[in-house]
Design a protein around this ligand. Structure first.
Ligand code: IPE
Ligand code: IPE
Ligand code: MG
Length: 248
């Protein structure tokens, strides 16, 4: 276990961090390796980051592992990723559970291989009451898909006379997203130099601080994470007000 670097203020850490883990493919090809090797290394980075968040007292981490658009990749890469998710879950679940990690999966899980779905449901149920950190993995996740789903639920409820249009407010929408029981991310980190959201948590990140780094995901280590947190702690989150009420 490593302690929080002394130049970080423990009172002002983000409670929830979202990461777009990007750059696995480029990391691998620049080394003459297959893209698949990059994903394998990327999984190790995620495991390390989860441990670091736990050590440093960050209560929630949400990682974008596979988008609704990623099905457009070569079938071998998609198949490998599905296998990797399943293998990782099998291998890491017991230890994560032991360390008090609550694991959740968000996205349209129904389109995933059956064996993976079973493994996911099992790990969510088993770790439901763990409190050390809430680790959410977005798989076959797309924000537009998520919001469209809520719209359809609203339409069905209204049609059945179980909901009136006046009852549809921001809190209703928030409560019907995949992320219903998770607070909004305070900080988003995207690696590999890309500065876009790629359909990730569009509703939830309305007021999230964004941090972009050129570092490729497999190289995103504790020091890189430390830099992201330092940048976050310099921000003044105004939430539309004139003067921040929560600045330290
Ligand atoms: C992110 O790395 C991992 C997934 C999207 C699954 P990429 O695979 O997108 O890596 P690059 O962007 O091609 O380098
Ligand atoms: C975003 O990365 C999705 C994940 C990290 C899972 P992509 O590499 O798929 O995003 P684009 O295509 O560059 O926008
Ligand atoms: Mg990419």
């Amino acid at each position: 276990m490593t302690s929080l670097p002394p130049d970080l203020n423990p009172q002002h850490l983000p409670q929830h961090i979202a990461v777009i883990m990007d750059g696995n493919g480029r990391w691998a090809t620049s080394r003459g390796l297959t893209r698949i090797a990059g994903h394998r290394q990327g999984a190790k980075t995620l495991k390390e980051l989860l441990r670091c968040c736990k050590d440093w007292g960050i209560k929630a981490l949400t990682a974008y592992a596979f988008s609704t658009e990623n099905w457009r990749r070569p079938v071998e890469e998609v198949d490998f990723l599905m296998l990797l998710f399943e293998r990782l879950l099998r291998r890491e679940l017991a230890q994560m559970h032991q360390e008090g990690v609550r694991i959740s999966f968000i996205g349209d899980l129904s389109a995933l291989p059956q064996t993976l779905q079973i493994q996911m449901q099992r790990s969510m149920a088993e770790t439901l009451h763990n409190q050390a950190i809430h680790f959410t993995v977005a798989v076959n996740y797309g924000s537009r898909n998520e919001i469209t789903r809520v719209c359809r639920q609203v339409a069905e409820l209204v049609e059945r006379g179980e909901l009136s249009p006046e009852e549809v407010n921001e809190s209703f929408v928030t409560q019907h997203l995949y992320t219903a029981d998770t607070p909004e991310p305070d900080l988003l980190i995207r690696t590999s130099g890309e500065m876009r959201l790629s359909n990730f948590l569009l509703w939830q990140m309305a007021y999230t601080e964004m941090y972009f780094t050129d570092i490729l995901w497999p190289d995103f280590d504790r020091e890189a994470f430390h830099q992201a947190l330092l940048s976050y702690q310099k921000r003044d989150r105004r939430f539309g007000q004139v003067k921040s009420a929560i600045a330290v």
